[in-house]
Design a protein around this ligand. Structure first.
Ligand code: ADP
Ligand code: NI
Length: 230
């Protein structure tokens, strides 16, 4: 069967067209889910895939399409992402079993709450999830958290509002606490929730940097660093 997309059925061309599409869709984002987030996750996922022996084509497609329609920006609808990714891949005549695998990864990628355990079924999914999580920690993770918080109208910090270790995805989704809480509710937990040893190696320094930032933030908040005695 010939379709009008027959010319772009080879892998590299499909990846190139997908990257171009995602770049256009996410160009104007200011919530930390912009094209450069996707590009970093894509690059990291390729490195992890090589180290772990994962199928590169599936990994690249899932990394590129993973935030194409995130539930956070689609009224909490978790099906928006996989649906948008599938429609795009179908338009490029990507094979049905690849589409299904990629959509499955996207549907299961998101963090769902501190006390919610999620398992990623395939090595390809584990690699993409790790790459996405590595971009949520470290210096870039800090910047993204406050960008997201500003975008969502959250305060920086409020000592009267304690962090919550969410028991369900529904509770996690509804959460609207200040951004510093997000470090305790998700970001500082990620290092111990990675799937691959390659990602765990990268995570350690990023985690330590983030922990030092939070410690410093709280000590400046309290004025502990001010010695004005002379
Ligand atoms: P996930 O799907 O696991 O949430 P994303 O790729 O969508 O992963 O990235 C989530 C990003 O959004 C992280 O960098 C995180 O810091 C930020 N984020 C999500 N929820 C919050 C929140 N409540 N406060 C601050 N940042 C948040
Ligand atoms: Ni992401």
């Amino acid at each position: 069967m010939h379709s009008r997309n027959v010319s772009c059925r080879n892998g590299p061309e499909i990846i190139r067209r997908t990257a171009e599409h995602v770049r256009n869709v996410l160009a104007a984002d200011s919530s930390g889910h912009d094209w450069f987030h996707i590009e970093r996750v894509w690059n990291m996922a390729k490195k992890l895939a090589a180290a772990e022996g994962a199928d590169l084509y599936v990994v690249e497609l899932a990394a590129l399409l993973h935030d194409i329609a995130d539930w956070k920006f689609h009224g909490g609808d978790e099906t928006a992402g996989p649906r948008a990714a599938d429609a795009w891949m179908e338009s490029l005549s990507v094979a049905p079993e690849i589409r299904e695998h990629v959509c499955d990864i996207i549907a299961n990628l998101s963090f769902k709450g501190a006390k919610v355990s999620g398992t990623m079924a395939t090595l390809e999914g584990q690699v993409v999830q790790d790459a996405d999580r590595l971009d949520a920690i470290g210096a870039i993770g800090i910047a993204r958290a406050f960008a997201y918080g500003g975008h969502a109208g959250r305060g920086l910090y409020d000592p009267a509002i304690p962090p919550v270790l969410h028991e369900s995805f529904a509770a996690y989704k509804k959460n609207d606490g200040p951004t510093l809480n997000h470090f305790y509710e998700k970001l500082l937990l990620l290092k111990d929730r990675l799937n691959t040893s390659s990602a765990r190696q990268v995570a350690q320094e990023r985690h330590d940097f983030m922990q030092a930032f939070v410690d410093r933030f709280l000590s400046e908040w309290a004025g502990d660093d001010a010695d004005c005695s002379d």
